[in-house]
Design a protein around this ligand. Structure first.
Ligand code: PMP
Length: 327
């Protein structure tokens, strides 16, 4: 199925519907096709041990969707409309939710400028939709550390740009960088800041966290150029609750390289909805490559991954009330 809600200036959001998933008719002059006024979210629904279904922190996705809308001069979808559309999708497509330990139903809410005109200004009509797709384990055959490519040529977001928004254009601009990473035998691209080309921002579709030799976590601060990841936020909160020190501060690529060599940086991982946590084993750039510790999956990384996955799947206590029961 798909959920749809329409918006028109002066009328607000109207006509919420669940219908059979089908192509969306679009005029060639639909604003989104020309100026990319589009935003999206990604979150998962999981089968709980008792057979019920829950989403993980959908209110956080609703809040980020509203922030993305503001940056892209779009009207915010009210949280109640956002949550209800997800609830209906899960209810009607429950049979598509994998029962397995590793599977989930990926939900993709998005909104785009649907007005038919060619001028450059915010659209006065929008369409909000939700589609869903069952997904299996991110890593088949167990978690494997990834090799990342520090791109010398591309940046993801400049101050004042759209880095903190989840808009399609950010990802279109990242495709060349991702292709460059793959050409160099890497799984993911690491972006450096756009001003000094020195500090680690994030990966193509994940945030980054370092585990220091004293057990503390260090992660780049949300300065407007990084997507405020919900997984990142969850990990920081869980770590803090467990008494682990957490520091949000810039980390340069030199600090990473020398820290990995001296042992000051013991582990590094990427985090996001798709993979939860991915250990980073090897870092490659035009200057050469280095490994983080022995290039394997770090202990703290794997423990945090287990802890968060257990909460998401209802296998462990949910201390922050993140699990949003639907069925
Ligand atoms: N950064 C980028 C660029 C992303 O696309 C994502 C995935 N949404 C993330 C970080 C991680 O965000 P989240 O934990 O909310 O999935």
């Amino acid at each position: 199925h798909m959920a749809t809600v329409r918006y028109a200036e002066g009328k607000g959001w109207y006509e919420p519907r669940i219908e059979a998933r089908a192509p969306i008719p679009m005029d060639p002059a639909s604003a989104v096709l020309h100026y990319a006024q589009e935003i999206f979210e990604g979150l998962k629904a999981y089968t709980m041990p008792d057979g019920g279904v829950a989403m993980f922190r959908p209110d956080a996705n609703a809040a980020r969707f509203a922030q993305s809308a503001q940056r892209m001069a779009m009207p915010a979808v009210p949280q109640s409309v956002f949550l209800e559309s997800l609830r209906q999708m899960i209810t009607i497509d429950q049979k598509w939710i994998p029962q397995s330990d590793e599977g989930s139903l990926y939900l993709r809410p998005f909104a785009y400028a649907s007005e038919v005109f060619l001028g450059v200004r915010p659209s006065m009509e929008y369409l909000y939709l939700v589609i869903a797709s069952p997904v299996g384990a991110y890593f088949s055959g167990g978690v494997k550390p990834v090799t990342v490519w520090v791109t010398p040529d591309y940046t993801r977001a400049a101050p004042g740009g759209t880095g903190a928004a989840k808009c399609g254009g950010n990802y279109a601009a990242g495709l060349s960088a991702q292709a460059e990473a793959i050409e160099h035998g890497c799984d993911q691209v690491v972006y450096l800041d756009a001003v000094e080309r020195k500090y680690v921002d994030e990966l193509g579709g994940m945030n980054i966290v370092f585990v220091m030799d004293d057990g503390s976590l260090v992660t780049p601060p949300l300065g407007g150029t990084i997507l405020p990841g919900i997984t990142r936020d969850s990990i920081l909160k869980l770590a803090q609750r467990a008494g682990r020190r957490v520091e949000e501060r810039p980390v340069s690529i030199d600090e990473w390289r020398t820290g990995a060599a001296s042992g000051r940086i013991r582990e590094a991982f990427a985090c996001g909805t798709a993979a939860v946590i991915t250990p980073i084993g090897t870092v490659r750039s035009p200057e050469g490559e280095f490994t983080v510790a022995d290039g394997g999956s770090g202990e703290v990384t794997m423990a945090l991954r287990q802890e968060l996955a257990d909460i998401q799947r209802g296998r462990a206590e949910d201390p922050f009330g993140w699990v949003h029961r639907v069925l």
